[in-house]
Design a protein around this ligand. Structure first.
Ligand code: NAP
Length: 413
């Protein structure tokens, strides 16, 4: 692969993908990383030390990640020139090496560039946004029993109102589409009024896009021995998009996993239960009956809201991990932003990137290293040695720096 400004490491090997989609991971995979903007460098330094220490401890030197820095955000502007937020080099490196990890990135305001994150997802077709939400003992939470929630949310990442197909109120394009709908598509009673001051967006959702996402959720649930997959939708109102998502989910489960799954309410002891909930009711369910849910599959917008709401429930917005996964590449990422006011203060919580790294290690099949990090973090939090964000809400806690939290995790592995 010819890069404009990147030089891949001289050591290490490339991860392969088999015809069945499974990864072939060498013992020394090259993994591209994007440090991130604002607090990104502080977070990345601490996180990388934790990953390397866990891999070394788990495999005694027989496995090792070979890191490869690639650029996006502010650093890409510095390396490639102004207004280059996501260089082709970076996309090519993620495509070549298949698995990458990133810190938070500034979203440029104006300039016609939507977001580095959204572009990465769309260009690399990273169609599943995966957000595990679990409680770490001692983390301050608004709930009485936060540990009852332990879910993995699979959010569709490429379709729905997030496809970015929309036109501004008053624009010629909006007027053209609205006129067309009124003239050709809508019965008289439903015709739109006030169209001259109406914005309009399109909510495309396909069987292809929905099923490949739901398939990932079912595969995950089966691999991890979970009890259920819940399809969360708003199909009572949006029948041909959200309602279709639910129907496609049940169809897929029946057609491809008929021997392993059963719809809720039907007999089938020991099988994975497929159920569905209307999105608004689901927000109540995760508060009132959280232990009835373990894997959730949902369209883009529902998933966006639900994953933050669930993360807040366990007090973990600052440490919530995430991944964007497709068939050909996966990017693991912090779910929070760049928190620029804390940049270079060695103060911010690196937990989100560290736990995203845990997901990455599991994706590689390096579960022993992943488990060491979870153990280390669980103990560091239980000892109340935490960064400012937790310390300010934990009576008796000792506030430590970003780098020191990394060290505390390593010492507790
Ligand atoms: P933000 O960076 O997430 O920060 C908002 C607040 O959340 C911080 O001031 C801090 O709260 C808390 N926080 C965030 N990360 C934390 C961490 N690691 N540890 C502890 N506390 C943390 O949101 P923003 O200020 O709205 O956005 C800043 C920039 O990031 C924007 O350019 C935005 O577009 C971008 N962004 C990027 C991503 C991404 O790359 N995935 C996601 C969201 C936003 P306190 O002030 O209370 O301490």
């Amino acid at each position: 692969m010819a890069y404009e400004k990147l030089t891949p490491p001289k050591t290490g090997n490339t991860i392969g993908v088999r015809s069945d989609g499974k990864l072939e991971v060498p013992s020394d995979p090259v993994i591209p990383f994007i440090e991130g903007d604002g607090t990104g460098p502080d977070i990345w330094k601490a996180s990388q030390r934790v990953f390397d220490a866990a891999v070394k401890k788990a495999y005694g030197g027989t496995k090792k990640i070979v890191w490869f820095e690639v650029f996006a955000g502010d650093k890409a502007n510095a390396v490639y020139g102004a207004n280059t937020w996501l260089p082709d080099d970076t996309l090519a490196a993620v495509q070549e090496f298949k698995v990458a990890i990133k810190g938070p990135l500034t979203t440029p305001v104006g300039g016609g560039f939507r977001s580095v994150n959204v572009t990465l997802r769309q260009v690399l077709d990273l169609y599943a946004c995966v957000r595990p939400v679990r409680y770490f003992n001692g983390v301050p939470s608004p709930m009485k029993e936060p540990g009852r929630l332990d879910v993995v949310i699979f959010r569709e990442n490429t379709e729905d109102v997030y496809a970015g197909i929309e036109w501004k109120a008053g624009s010629a394009e909006a007027q053209k589409l609205l006129d067309y709908l009124n003239r050709e598509m809508l019965p008289e009673k439903k015709r739109l009024k006030h169209t001259e001051e109406m914005g309009v967006g399109v909510k495309p959702m396909s069987a292809f896009g929905s099923k490949r996402l739901i398939k990932r959720a079912i595969d995950h649930a089966l691999a991890k021995g979970k009890k259920s997959v819940t399809l969360v939708h708003k199909g009572n109102i949006m029948k041909f998009t959200e309602g279709a998502f639910r129907d496609w989910g049940y169809d897929l489960a029946k057609a491809e996993y008929g021997d392993k799954t059963v719809p809720e309410g039907e007999a089938g002891a020991g099988k994975l239960v497929i159920k569905d909930r209307i999105a608004d009711s689901m927000f109540q369910q995760v508060l009132l009956r959280p232990d009835e849910y373990d894997v959730i599959a949902t369209p883009n917008l529902n998933g966006d809201y639900l994953s933050d709401a669930c993360a807040a429930q366990v007090g973990g917005l600052g440490i919530a991990p995430g991944a964007n996964i497709g068939d050909r590449a996966a990017v693991f990422e912090a779910t929070h932003g760049t928190a620029p006011k804390y940049a270079n203060l060695d103060k911010i919580n690196p937990g989100s990137v560290i736990l995203s790294g845990v997901m990455m290690l599991e994706h590689l099949g390096w579960d022993d290293a992943a488990k060491l990090i979870i153990d280390g973090m669980t103990k560091a939090i239980a000892q109340k040695t935490v960064t400012y964000d937790f310390a300010r809400q934990m009576p008796g806690a000792t506030e430590i720096k970003t780098s020191e939290f990394g060290t505390a995790i390593i010492e507790n592995m």
